[in-house]
Design a protein around this ligand. Structure first.
Ligand code: SF4
Length: 435
């Protein structure tokens, strides 16, 4: 298949940007948003243009054999090299009801939601992530994380578009300064795949927060003149959907600020688009240590051979990896599923870092669990698995109060100067609390 010239113009800016001066002109939009042509205009998957420009170095060494059948059925003629090219994955995302029903028989709750998404968080799923969903029912946990249902339209009184009040703690556009020594830097509003429970669904996917030099300089200037900031968390949207050269530019600028001790990147890429983690990317990232990464894994089925290889590459580049997992009803809200997830994460060199109580964002009631569920899960992990595998369970306080840790109470009272403690098996032990 060949691209028509217009389509080609849409597909190539990502690659082009990686090979040209990034800011020779004011760039108003992050290239991946341009790659994602208006959804209705995307060709059907079977007829997708697949041509690559000659200078693109796709990474062929992600395993493909177990995806072969899916590729043959849904993307016939696609080479392994194309499948493993992250920009091909982005250009071929599924974005509409019409496209999605070519892969999955949709239930009425999904169809109805997709017909009415309009200004809400859009639909976008990479072909790779779709390959994990085919052949599974509407209740399949991974499907529920990315395919909208009509439940998203139910608004509860306790919900808000911005429950964490990030917009009120934003000194300059795209920067949230809540804690004294660190800032959240929203680099762009683009993600390769949109999670239906996204805390920033008011921002992401709407094409309004661009990797724009003027805005970035404003944010950098704020960080520069605020010496208390020692930690910058790059988030979005997903910063790893930026080209290597843009990310390199931003990291270099941050590294030039003496009081910025560490930079963290928050990303879901290893779970939804592992092909993005290329040797070129990790080579570039290595130049900006100390660099940390907060990954976003939700369910053990995301820990595929591809995700494993992506995490291995990041870990081999010396980047400490932690996972931030949102507790979601019907998706990962059981001790067994969470235990499986944390074990899989440890195997792929990712430390389970936070378990988040789902934020009360608008339309999230079908995802939220009672607090007791989170405590039950932590109790089911602590003592039953390695301490490193037990995440910290937190609520991000509505109103902007920050993260508040929650723990099952193992103290059972006092007796004769001793404190009574319950261990993981429910046995009571005494500790002399006299010091
Ligand atoms: S990857 Fe992160 S920012 Fe993007 S939709 Fe998912 S949760 Fe939101």
């Amino acid at each position: 298949m060949r691209l028509n010239p217009r389509r080609q113009a849409n597909v190539n800016p990502v690659q082009k940007s990686a090979h040209t001066a990034e800011f020779s002109a004011e760039v108003e939009e992050e290239p991946p948003s341009q790659v994602a042509a208006p959804a209705a205009a995307l060709p059907a998957p079977e007829t997708r243009p697949l041509r690559l420009r000659p200078f693109i170095k796709a990474v062929p060494n992600y395993p493909v054999s177990h995806r072969r059948k899916f590729i043959q059925i849904h993307y016939p003629g696609t080479t392994d090299q194309q499948w493993n090219d992250w920009q091909w994955q982005i250009a071929n995302r599924v974005r509409t009801l019409h496209q999605l029903e070519r892969f999955l028989p949709l239930v009425p709750e999904e169809k109805s939601a997709l017909e009415n998404l309009e200004t809400r968080l859009p639909l976008a799923v990479t072909p790779y992530f779709l390959s994990l969903l085919v052949g599974r029912g509407a209740d399949y946990p991974l499907r529920r994380t990315v395919v909208p249902t009509i439940n998203e339209f139910a608004r509860m009184p306790e919900e808000a578009d911005d429950p964490l009040c990030e917009d009120h703690q934003s000194p300059v556009p795209g920067l949230v300064h809540r804690y004294p020594d660190r800032v959240l830097f929203l680099t762009l509003d683009f993600c390769s795949t949109y999670c239906r429970y996204c805390t920033r669904s008011r921002v992401v996917g709407h094409g309004r927060l661009f990797f724009n030099r003027r805005r970035l300089e404003q944010a950098l200037e704020y960080i520069r003149r605020t010496p208390s900031i020692r930690d910058v968390l790059l988030s979005g949207g997903d910063p790893l959907t930026l080209s290597d050269s843009r990310l390199d530019w931003l990291l270099t600028r941050l590294r030039q600020i003496k009081h910025v001790e560490i930079v963290r990147i928050g990303t879901k890429i290893p779970a939804v688009l592992p092909q993005r983690i290329t040797p070129q990317l990790t080579r570039m990232l290595k130049r900006h240590h100390p660099l940390w990464m907060s990954l976003h894994f939700t369910h053990p089925d995301e820990c595929t051979p591809e995700a494993s290889r992506a995490c291995q590459r990041l870990a081999d580049a010396g980047i400490p990896l932690g996972s931030q997992t949102v507790l979601l009803k019907g998706i990962n809200d059981s001790v067994a599923t969470m235990r499986d997830l944390v074990h899989q994460l440890m195997r792929i060199r990712v430390r389970p870092y936070y378990l988040y109580q789902c934020d009360p964002i608008s339309g999230s009631s079908h995802f939220r669990t009672p607090l007791e569920k989170g405590l039950e899960i932590i109790e089911g992990l602590r003592g039953f698995t390695s301490g490193y595998a037990v995440p910290t369970y937190v609520i991000d306080a509505p109103g902007g109060g920050g993260k508040i840790p929650l723990m099952p109470d193992y103290r059972q009272g006092c007796s004769g100067g001793d404190i009574l403690l319950r261990n993981y098996e429910g046995r009571i032990y005494r500790y002399p609390d006299s010091a």
